[in-house]
Design a protein. Structure first.
Length: 273
């Protein structure tokens, strides 16, 4: 976590290759600002994860690679910090893209590594097309850039909307989305339900299923464990997921679950308690 760190607060740093190429650029820029000039910065990653192509971002933000150490499946870049990216700020990486749904267009904030960057995700769109917009309270878990919760608030202004994500970047992007579109909602940094209080009529989620580049069901397991206690009487969960993911048995732990739409690429699940 290099957000908010003071300049020149570290003598050296080891950076593990982020999944997003855009996040590599931003991370190395911020690291160049918090490591002293001449300090050693190591970038480590797997070949499968894209370490070879990350060299250009290292050279852009840190300086020349003095040493490249190559293993069977991974590599390290080692060099001295020339602080080439030290002046970059979070705002330099912030952009917006339009999303249109039901004749309503919102400007969605985009930051590197935040889900649904630069486009209206097809799964999110399918979810929104198959949910009611009449709940009093709604929670959007894993909100990313805030697409789901912001569209819900726009189409149902009387709804109290809460959005949450484990990523500080996602929280910031969602806050910027709300600000850009003159919408009000609560935005929380939360590891699934770790920082969520109270109950909701509806919980919405387009869950992540990757850890790095591997399929990971951990999020959904934690989601199922916590969702029930955050649903009011008669509450409903709507989940969208790639069709190949076996989510229904996990969702059944919350309550009776049905597939309300399946277009062979995505499924929308409805779970009631």
């Amino acid at each position: 976590d290099v957000m908010g760190k003071k300049p020149d607060s570290a003598q050296s740093a080891i950076v593990f290759l982020p999944k997003s190429k855009a996040l590599i650029d931003m991370t190395l820029a911020f690291v160049s600002g918090i490591v002293v000039s001449g300090g050693t910065i190591v970038l480590a990653g797997t070949k499968k994860g894209g370490i070879e192509s990350a060299k250009k971002w290292y050279e852009t933000n840190i300086g020349p690679v003095d040493q490249k150490i190559v293993g069977n499946h991974s590599a390290l870049y080692v060099g001295k910090n020339q602080k080439l990216g030290a002046d970059k700020k979070l705002e330099d990486f912030l952009s917006y893209f339009p999303v249109t749904f039901k004749d309503t267009t919102l400007e969605i904030a985009n930051l590197p590594g935040v889900f649904s960057a630069r486009e209206f995700d097809a799964g999110t769109k399918l979810l929104l097309e198959h949910i009611p917009f009449n709940a009093k309270t709604v929670l959007d878990v894993g909100c990313g850039g805030g697409v789901i919760g912001s569209i819900y608030k726009k189409l149902s202004p009387s709804t109290t909307v809460t959005m949450a994500d484990i990523s500080q970047l996602a929280v910031r992007a969602t806050q910027e989305t709300l600000k850009k579109n003159n919408l009000e909602a609560t935005v929380l940094e939360s590891n699934v339900f770790s920082n969520i209080t109270g109950t909701f009529d509806v919980i919405l989620c387009n869950p992540p299923f990757h850890t790095g580049i591997e399929t990971d069901y951990t999020f959904m397991e934690r989601f199922a464990e916590g969702a029930r206690k955050h649903l009011g009487h008669g509450g409903t969960v709507y989940i969208v997921a790639n069709s190949f993911l076996s989510y229904q048995p996990t969702l059944e732990k919350i309550g009776p679950t049905e597939i309300i739409v399946d277009n062979n690429k995505f499924r929308v699940f409805k779970t009631t308690v």
